[in-house]
Design a protein around this ligand. Structure first.
Ligand code: TRP
Length: 334
């Protein structure tokens, strides 16, 4: 199909990176696993289910904002703009923007970048079916690799999307550093649209990451299932439980898999025996929440300026339209 192309990293390299990171993380003290590995096909499907949960307000709040403002956002861009998305998942909310752009221009190129190849292929098929004037160039890669691809195609104006408060999965310093790299791919007329979840009371946060139906627990535990399948692990999911706590002083949800008893787990492909004490935790994710001042500081540290900041009716979530700040060199030439 000529409206679709998929660029994928070598699957052997990705398998080796998974093996290396799991080994390093389980040998570390405290133990940790990198959250990018949540998103195999099963994990991506579970994450889509999380997005529909009554407790997980993040997706609904962001959708509300995009519903209200997609047209006004699209109006700010010249004809022929491309849409690029970091961590696109099933692109469900992005449809609001795709539809808005296609009302204003004949044709649209959309470049979804996601670590999960299966989810990219499935969502591209549905997008191409629903939007005959859309072209999809899908990139199955981690963020950093995806950025390299962006840099290569710098000529046409673009809007980069980074939704879902995915920025929150980086530490604050790493987030600024990564955003600087995104900024470096932006020309003067390019923009970044970034969804950022806001600091709020503990109860709302903790239930968003530990829902009553246990879908988030399944999502977290799926990481162990993935290690079993891909690395010959012998994890018994029943010996671990999901834990989500809000660390208010640093403003982040912390997610753990906690061993319920003292036991040892073998992982064949790593030739590794991992000992767990009772109540020992594997740290699997952080989700940082931002105050408005922290969003400002983040943008500033990354060399970005805020052109518009949009909120849902309950002010739980923000969508930020960011432009590259003029560099000191450019100012000096003026
Ligand atoms: N980026 C999402 C967030 O921080 C990821 C996420 C949502 C998540 N719920 C989760 C990750 C539960 C692990 C477990 O909101």
């Amino acid at each position: 199909m000529d409206r679709f192309c998929l660029i994928a990293a070598d699957s052997r390299d990705r398998h080796n990176a998974f093996a290396r990171d799991v080994k390093a993380g389980l040998l570390a003290r405290p133990k940790h696993l990198n959250c990018c590995y949540f998103y195999d096909a099963e994990g991506s499907a579970l994450f889509e289910a999380i997005c529909e949960l009554p407790e997980y307000y993040v997706t609904r709040a962001e959708r509300e904002i995009l519903q209200a403002h997609a047209g006004a956002i699209a109006d700010r861009f010249p004809q022929g703009v491309r849409l690029v998305e970091l961590g696109s998942g099933n692109s469900a909310k992005t449809r609001l923007l795709i539809a808005a752009f296609l009302q204003r221009q004949e044709h649209l190129q959309y470049v979804p970048i996601d670590i999960c190849r299966v989810v990219l292929q499935e969502s591209a098929r549905e997008l191409l079916r629903d939007y005959p004037k859309l072209e999809v160039v899908a990139v199955a890669a981690e963020y950093r690799e995806g950025l390299r691809h962006l840099r290569k195609e710098a000529e046409r104006p673009k809007l980069v999307l980074w939704l879902g408060s995915n920025v929150g999965n980086f530490d604050r310093g790493e987030a600024a550093e990564f955003l600087r790299q995104v900024r470096d791919t932006l020309g003067p007329d390019d923009r970044l649209l970034m969804g950022v979840d806001l600091r709020k009371e503990r109860r709302a946060l903790e239930s968003a990451y530990d829902d009553a139906q246990g879908v988030t627990a399944d999502f977290n535990l799926n990481l162990l299932t993935r290690i079993n399948r891909e690395l010959g692990g012998h994890f018994d999911r029943n010996r671990f439980r999901h834990r989500a706590v809000y660390n208010e002083s640093v403003g982040r949800i912390e997610m753990y898999l906690v061993s319920t008893c003292a036991h040892t787990v073998r992982i064949d492909a790593l030739d590794l025996e991992v000992a767990f004490a009772a109540d020992e935790a594997i740290h699997t994710e952080n989700s940082y929440k931002y105050s408005l001042a922290e969003i400002d500081a983040l943008a500033h540290a990354a060399g970005l300026v805020t052109e518009a900041q949009l909120f849902d009716g309950d002010r739980r979530f923000s969508v930020n339209l960011l432009a590259p700040a003029r560099s000191p060199d450019a100012l000096r030439c003026d």
